[in-house]
Write a protein that binds this ligand. Sequence first.
Ligand SMILES: [Zn+2]
Length: 274
Amino acid sequence: MRILIAADMEGVSGVVHWDHVDSQHKEYARFRKLMTGDVNAAIEGAYEGGAEEVIVADGHGNARNILVEELDPRARLNSGSPSPFAMVQGVDTGVDAAMFVGYHARVGSTHAILDHTWSSMCVANVWLNGKPAGEIGWNAAVCGHFGVPVIMISGDQTACAEAVELLGEVQTAVVKQARGRMSAECLPPELSRHKIREAAARAVRGLRAGQAPQALRLEAPIQVTLELVTSDMADRAALLPGATRLEGKRVEITVEDAATAYRAFRSAVALARP
Ligand SMILES: [Zn+2]
């Protein structure tokens, strides 16, 4: 049983502000350590539940956040960017299930720490086949393309609820109660790691018992609709071959499958960036 742990940073224990997740800020050193701690808790839980191999994907920013020297030695780390599958790098290597650790709610959510989708600077909204998709939705769709179900998530209460709504009976570890975009009641890491470990163990046990949620399969062809923050960003995103300009700030592209949709979305956002 191989498990992919896909880690982001905004939903990590204690994180409530951009300063905490910005590698240029002096607070960042504390929070990358906390991120590593949340990931280690998930690794421990996965093995406790019966996993035989765990690979980790560092999915925040430049993907150089997790402290490899502090990583549980049973795991392997995908680090650095760009990589072919970004936040779920390793998903194509024959994993049985994925866990999302430190995840956050999609752009425009209420009571959600640092809610955004891919780029808070560029992305005003994004839809997959007409349905709003945050990073949970995008990465679950890429996992689903490879037949991989998402079985566990940690983050604030809103991120966890978003995952349950989209994926069904996924195991959740709520590590903070968001009261706003930059305010939350946070559990001390000792407690949040305990919750993460337990949720990860339950998830793998459920998977082995044949009770895991289904992999998320999107109906092909897949329509990606992207609303940028400003119209000049849309001017640039619309240069992507195959893209259609809708109104001022929206572009749309239709592709064959979720893995290609992810590439198109990442490319459009990369073009849009000022
Ligand atoms: Zn993110």
